[in-house]
Design a protein around this ligand. Structure first.
Ligand code: SF4
Length: 446
């Protein structure tokens, strides 16, 4: 369809995978309402910035992006700038007064109302203490690729981690019915999706709020029966809820990939207590050992939070030792940011400069671990799912092996691939390694 014949829209999605799902739902709703998606923001009459409000740095990035998007009213065709997402859910009233660049603001509570907001004179739509959760009747517009998609199994979080503002923003946990999730996954697969990554604030709490209660492993048993699904990946498992059922399922293999993202945050008992995480360092170490023993070749990702109240040099030293010993395959690390209305806000934390330095130390430590692990893969033959052309050169394709999640982990650059079909799985032999990526040659005829 020619640009200009209908209202054109472009969405900029910030933050996490869960926010990306919301952006895809928003775009699906707008398409149904007659809008045409354009890849180039300068062509869009409506520009939506779906923000993240999780920590200070994310909010700063969100605000910068909104201000840059506002320039599109001069440099592009933008008539309406919409700001949506977590930052609006959390600070909607202030933003509506102070952010004059935004023509419309809509919280995560009202995602389904975006077309109505655009058609009305209203500027702000927001309901506190409510969170929208889509189901299979919403047609999402894929943004990650035609072959891979996130599926949000629940919304909100019932935990009370001392540093985290998410429960206040997204509300209490609400899970989708397993039948609804199976229908969505079937439809995604029918549309060409081969890899599904399940996401939630607390994935392993899935189903506990349903009547009768369900468990994640029960859902997985249903999802892995969906014909045509190649990989199912689990992101955001809570350490205390990775039980034997789940580990057994992971060990049973494909389509469940040998991969688990378990954000442990810390291992020092004192810090974990102040974080109100409900476990100690021994549990974390034991979990890593159990997973590595029970699931052959498992890839483990974790997230750490440094600079939290209670983290003195000794506690930080324990964290460094854990990283050196557990050698996670992938690791993300945040510097603590005191968030209003969280229990940790009133506690004394190390200075921000210390937190930033500690974050850098862990990142450097992890770089060396990752490089060493990848060197150990030299010469190995792997199954690789093709994503598309390599972001570095058109001469290579790029994909991921089962131990690499989309967006957050590294890539396998592929030489000698005959056709670049996203979602196709080829066999390839690793020829070169770097800190996070591999270069592999495709096995002919694979
Ligand atoms: S589990 Fe804890 S850190 Fe994660 S979203 Fe819930 S409250 Fe926040």
């Amino acid at each position: 369809m020619a640009v200009g014949s209908s209202k054109t829209v472009h969405i900029i999605s910030l933050g996490c995978a869960k926010n990306r799902v919301d952006s895809e739902v928003q775009l699906g709703l707008l398409r149904r309402a007659g809008y045409v998606h354009v890849a180039d923001p300068t062509d869009a009459e409506v520009v939506v910035v779906n923000t993240c409000g999780f920590i200070e740095a994310a909010r700063a990035e969100s605000l910068d992006t909104v201000l840059e998007a506002a320039d599109l009213k001069v440099t592009g065709r933008c008539k309406t700038l919409v700001v949506s997402g977590c930052m609006v859910q959390r600070y909607g009233s202030e933003l509506s007064q102070e952010l004059s660049e935004a023509d419309k603001l809509i919280g995560t509570s009202n995602i389904q109302d975006l077309p109505r907001l655009l058609a009305s004179d209203q500027r702000l739509m927001l309901e506190e203490g409510r969170s929208f959760l889509y189901d299979h009747t919403y047609e999402r517009s894929p943004s990650l690729g035609s072959h891979t998609a996130y599926v949000k199994v629940s919304e909100g979080c019932d935990r009370t981690c001392a540093f985290c503002a998410v429960p206040g923003i997204r509300g209490r946990q609400r899970s989708r019915a397993p039948e609804d999730l199976v229908v969505e996954v079937r439809r995604l697969v029918a549309n060409g999706v081969r890899e599904v990554s399940l996401v939630a604030q607390d994935l392993t709490a899935y189903g506990r709020d349903l009547t009768p209660p369900r468990r994640l492993w029960q859902l997985l048993r249903e999802l892995r029966k969906v014909p045509g699904i190649t990989w199912i990946r689990l992101l955001y498992a809570y350490p205390t809820r990775v039980d034997d059922h789940l580990i057994r399922l992971l060990a049973e293999g494909l389509p469940l990939v040998p991969y688990l993202d378990v954000p442990v945050q810390h291992v020092d008992d004192g810090v974990l207590r102040l974080m109100r995480r409900g476990y100690d360092g021994a549990l974390v170490r034991g979990l890593f050992d159990r997973l590595r023993e029970a699931v052959p070749g498992v890839f483990l990702r974790t997230t750490l939070l440094v600079g939290h109240p209670g983290e003195d040099d000794t506690a930080f030293g324990r964290l460094e030792r854990f990283v050196a010993e557990a050698r996670p395959d992938h690791l993300g690390v945040f510097a603590y940011s005191p968030e209003e209305s969280t229990p940790a806000y009133s506690l004394h934390a190390p200075p921000a400069t210390v937190a930033r330095r500690r974050r850098q130390r862990i990142l450097e430590q992890q770089q060396a671990i990752s490089a060493g692990r990848l060197r150990g893969m030299q010469g190995r033959e792997l199954s690789v799912m093709v994503d598309g052309l390599s972001p570095e050169t058109d001469l290579l394709a790029a994909g991921r092996h089962a131990g690499q999640a989309p967006e957050v982990d590294g890539l396998v650059h592929l030489a000698d691939l005959d056709r670049v079909d996203p979602g196709r799985v080829v066999r390839a032999v690793v020829e070169q390694t770097s800190q996070y990526d591999l270069l592999a040659r495709v096995v002919p005829g694979s």
